[in-house]
Design a protein around this ligand. Structure first.
Ligand code: FAD
Length: 412
């Protein structure tokens, strides 16, 4: 039982992970379960954020179940098929090793591309509409020791107010200060690679096709957006990425064209250039006393398979399910055994996906001729064995393993 003024859960971070968790808990437990999300970026415009993400089928089912998908469906571009090639930069013809027709079920594409700002705006609107308290302030201070001797935290926000809560969720992204304050270390490594991310316009229709070209410096992905536009995620060594983004427009365009090629016609526009250093990090623990980590605060992986955000939404679905189950039984949702169920569910799966993307990146981001032959034989085999290909598609769509209810499209 909570005391006066004490809330059930405080979520630090109103990005994809934090807002989705808030909406899922509200749907599962109603307004008597009090939820506050604190994020200094609330109310700020996201219009200059051109980043886009691949939302896999399982994540789309979750967003549909929460009633968020209809608000973004029009802006979402289904990925109708996908080609994978393995080539050198100057190859004139890129041999195709793997093709995927993009449906997990009849009429259900295995993924959609959507610009992040549309999805964040839809989640924020749903949170407001359902009466979740959104505080435009950062979580500044709390004492992790307090939760070892008491059944709540007193959390100080940057605006000087204090919130008492029975459960604190760290959804504050890759550089989580909440995780750090809780003394949770991360394991992992930098790749020495960075991703150049840009949106481009082109003359011809992409037809909903996604392309992943494994070039010696790393993957170069062309991901279809609504209209004659695509989102490019272009991996280079960090030094080369920094050199390329600093080039004048014409020289940058020439580098881009070398990799983009001309099958979609001329590149008609190039949006703002961004560079993201890439690494693989997993928090040593996803929980602490009265605390759980979700999304990038818990793990950051290589974007080679476009799974980072989708893994965060899997955390959300699993954590929402264990909290809702506990609260409905009248149990304390911040209790250690409840949070341990979440950690068992998510940490192993996260390591498996993180290591798989790490292995893929190592296998492809190199110039060894012997490795090139081996991986091309491997890709060719996957392409020819229909059962294996279907398994790959379902795995990439997030539909394999112990899938939480929301990701199956079921209400909590
Ligand atoms: C190049 C690149 C391409 C990618 N492509 C894909 C893709 O195609 N598909 C995919 O699934 N994923 C992709 N990802 C990963 C994806 O972008 C992230 O996994 C996702 O944005 C993480 O969401 P999050 O909510 O955990 O964290 P964030 O989006 O980082 O949100 C954290 C929030 O916490 C707030 N915050 C910070 N500190 C505090 C504090 N002290 N108190 C309160 N709030 C705080 C911030 O303001 C922010 O709003 C990609 C990543 C990169 C780098």
């Amino acid at each position: 039982m909570r005391r006066d003024g004490e809330i059930d859960v405080l979520i630090a971070g109103g990005g994809f992970a934090g807002l989705t968790l808030a909406v899922a808990l509200r749907q599962g437990l109603g307004p008597s379960f009090s939820i506050t999300v604190a994020d200094p970026s609330f109310g700020k415009s996201h219009t200059d954020d051109e980043r886009a993400s691949a939302i896999v089928a399982a994540a789309r089912r979750l967003l549909a179940t929460l009633g968020v998908w209809p608000a973004v469906a029009e802006q979402a571009q289904p990925i109708l098929d996908m080609v994978v090639t393995d080539s050198q930069l100057d190859d004139t013809v890129r041999p195709v090793f793997l093709t995927f027709a993009g449906e997990v079920e009849d009429g259900e594409p295995f993924a959609h591309m959507i610009e992040n700002r549309f999805l964040i705006a839809a989640l924020e609107a749903k949170a407001r509409e359902t009466g979740i308290e959104l505080r435009a302030s950062a979580v500044a201070k709390f004492s992790p020791e307090q939760a070892t001797t008491s059944d709540h935290f007193d959390v100080e926000l940057a605006d000087g107010t204090t919130v008492a809560t029975g459960l604190l969720i760290a959804a504050d992204g890759a550089h989580s200060s909440i995780r750090e304050r809780a003394g949770i270390a991360v394991h992992g490594w930098d790749y020495g690679q960075s991703a150049i991310v840009i949106n481009v316009g082109h003359e011809r229709d992409h037809g909903g096709r996604a392309e992943e070209h494994f070039l010696p410096a790393g993957p170069f992905a062309i991901l279809p957006l609504k209209g004659r536009r695509s989102s490019i995620v272009w991996t280079e060594t960090t030094r080369e990425a920094e050199r390329i983004v600093a080039l004048p427009a014409a020289a940058f365009h020439a580098e881009l064209e070398k990799r983009f090629k001309l099958h979609l016609g001329d590149i008609t526009s190039v949006g703002g250039r961004r560079v993201h250093p890439l690494g693989f990090y997993v928090a040593r623990s996803f929980i602490a006393e009265r605390m759980a980590l979700i999304g990038d605060a818990a793990h950051v992986i290589h974007p080679i398979a476009g799974q980072g955000l989708n893994m965060g939404l899997k955390d959300v679905a699993a954590l929402a399910e264990v909290i809702v189950d506990a609260a409905r039984l009248g149990l304390d949702p911040g209790a250690t055994d409840v949070l341990e169920r979440y950690q068992r569910w998510r940490r192993f799966d996260t390591m498996a996906m993180g290591l798989a993307t790490d292995g893929l990146n190592r296998l492809f981001s190199n110039r060894s001729a012997a490795l090139r032959i081996m991986r091309d034989v491997g890709l060719g085999m996957v392409d020819r064995v229909p059962g294996l290909k279907r398994l790959f598609i379902r795995e990439a769509a997030g539909l394999v393993g112990e899938v939480p209810k929301l990701l199956r499209g079921e209400l909590l």
